[in-house]
Design a protein around this ligand. Structure first.
Ligand SMILES: NC(=O)c1ccc[n+]([C@@H]2O[C@H](COP(=O)([O-])OP(=O)(O)OC[C@H]3O[C@@H](n4cnc5c(N)ncnc54)[C@H](OP(=O)(O)O)[C@@H]3O)[C@@H](O)[C@H]2O)c1
Length: 429
């Protein structure tokens, strides 16, 4: 074993960074044996240097992150600051100075992964980011390496623990959205400002990363259709139950049937209770990968939290250090297919539409005509009526999203349709 240590610069020492530092220290012997050389924490960049950080020698703490990544003796930079800047500049500077990079930064990878990959390639270094999607769950490496000989057609998953916790509470206790969010906040599953989670920005970033890797094409955050889950109601859950379904916030990345384009989207959807994703409870994550030869694979586990996320970071650190010793690099960006990303209008799926209508003869026929005119075929209709008003629940066969949007716009114009109470996609069948 080499005795000269590999030097690691840690950028950020918060929820994830503090756990990375702890595991690096407590498992130093095992890590050295697995890598073939000791790893040494050479510096830790933070915002607030005075904060007490257990187990980290004060002389390693710095507020000069730029200075730390510009040192020529650093072998690996671990970026767990988050956000776009200064993280992007720090990572590119690290590559310029000869370091490889391990990052957990989904926001940056989804927004501008291309810049990071290009800098890594230019300087012949590694960019690893297992922790950026679904915390501890091995997903990036299986997609980049284990499935490199297969053809992935679909990635379908629950990639945000906060929203899964909220939806699970609504499902099991009958709580409304606000009540379930309050409980998630009280238990530490939701942040004080939950926007990134409940409006699905976080899940959209992960979908962009997964789609890009799965289909070997470039998918950016802007390419991902995004719908949050704040509008999901207890009534939606009641409807879902009647259909033998539950509701999950899903990230769905698909190759088109003709293979010429891909789509990436994040939105709440009904899935059958028989689908494995329906039984993913609380804040857990799970991702289904469908590949041509491998068939259906499911990855399940804790999608966030300091220690689970640090586990993924440490796995990358070991891999990157091994590469460094072997004077090799792991896989870089793979975008050779250059498949375009289609808009949401071209996505084909099933829909559950709940309408408030006048309870009088002929309404059902009127509604059915509108669906037919837009080429959306109806699977089932359920009507309940009382005191002149009725609720009509229509479940469609598979149809393009644009056709469904046209149908809904036309339905809103009917005098007999008082309102469109909810529209929910039905997935996983
Ligand atoms: N938390 C999770 O469960 C989780 C899961 C998967 C991925 N991630 C990703 O991991 C990354 C870190 O998340 P986190 O939850 O650990 O965040 P966090 O607890 O807010 O920690 C951020 C750390 O970065 C430091 N920092 C912020 N701005 C800085 C700057 N300009 N220069 C130097 N240091 C700076 C902070 O310093 P101070 O300590 O002085 O404030 C803090 O130590 C993010 O990209 C996140 O998306 C997190």
């Amino acid at each position: 074993m080499r005795t000269r240590p590999l030097k690691v610069a840690l950028l950020g020492c918060g929820v994830v960074g503090s756990e990375v530092a702890r595991i690096m220290t407590t498992h130093a012997g095992d890590l050295a044996a697995r890598i073939g050389a000791p790893v040494e924490l050479a510096g830790v960049a933070v915002r607030r240097p005075a904060k007490v950080r257990e187990g980290i020698p004060q002389e390693l703490i710095t507020t000069d992150a730029k200075g730390l990544v510009s040192r020529d003796d650093i072998d690996v930079v671990v970026e767990v600051i988050g956000g776009i800047e200064p993280a992007r500049t720090l990572i590119t500077t690290a590559f310029e100075h000869g370091a490889s990079v391990v990052s957990a930064n989904k926001a940056l990878l989804a927004e501008d992964g291309a810049t990071l990959y290009a800098a890594a390639e230019k300087h012949g270094r590694d960019l690893y980011f297992e922790a950026a999607v679904a915390g501890a769950i091995p997903l990036i490496r299986p997609l980049r390496e284990s499935l490199a000989g297969d053809k992935v057609n679909r990635v379908l998953g629950i990639v945000n623990g906060t929203t899964n916790f909220i939806l699970d509470k609504m499902d099991t206790s009958g709580a409304g959205y606000s009540e379930a969010l309050d409980e998630a906040t009280a238990l530490g599953y939701a942040e004080a400002d939950p926007t990134a989670d409940v409006e699905a920005f976080d899940a959209a970033a992960k979908a962009a990363i997964l789609a890009g890797i799965a289909f070997h094409t470039r998918v950016r955050l802007d390419d991902v259709y995004r719908e949050g889950m704040t509008e999901v109601t207890a009534a939606d859950f009641a409807s879902a139950k009647q259909m033998g379904c539950t509701i999950k916030l899903l990230a769905i990345c698909e190759r088109a049937a003709d293979g010429r384009s891909v789509t990436a989207r994040v939105h709440p959807a009904m899935i059958p209770l028989s689908h494995p994703l329906a039984s993913v409870r609380e804040a857990y994550n799970a991702v289904f990968v469908e590949a041509e030869a491998a068939g259906r694979l499911m990855f399940y586990g804790p999608g966030a939290g300091g220690a689970p996320t640090a586990s993924a970071v440490l796995g990358d650190l070991v891999a990157v250090c091994r590469n460094k010793l072997a004077e090799a690099t792991g896989p870089g960006e793979s975008v050779y297919t250059q498949l375009p990303v289609s808009s949401m209008g071209e996505v084909v799926t099933r829909y559950h539409i709940s309408l408030d209508v006048a309870d009088k003869p002929g309404v059902l026929a009127q509604v059915a005509t509108v669906f037919a005119e837009h080429g959306v075929s109806i699977d089932t209709v359920r009507q309940t009526g009382k005191d002149g008003e009725a609720s009509l629940v229509v479940v469609t066969h598979r149809a393009p999203d644009a056709a469904l949007s046209g149908t809904v716009a036309a339905l809103r114009k009917l005098d007999t349709v008082r309102g469109v109470a909810s529209i929910m996609r039905v997935e996983g069948e």
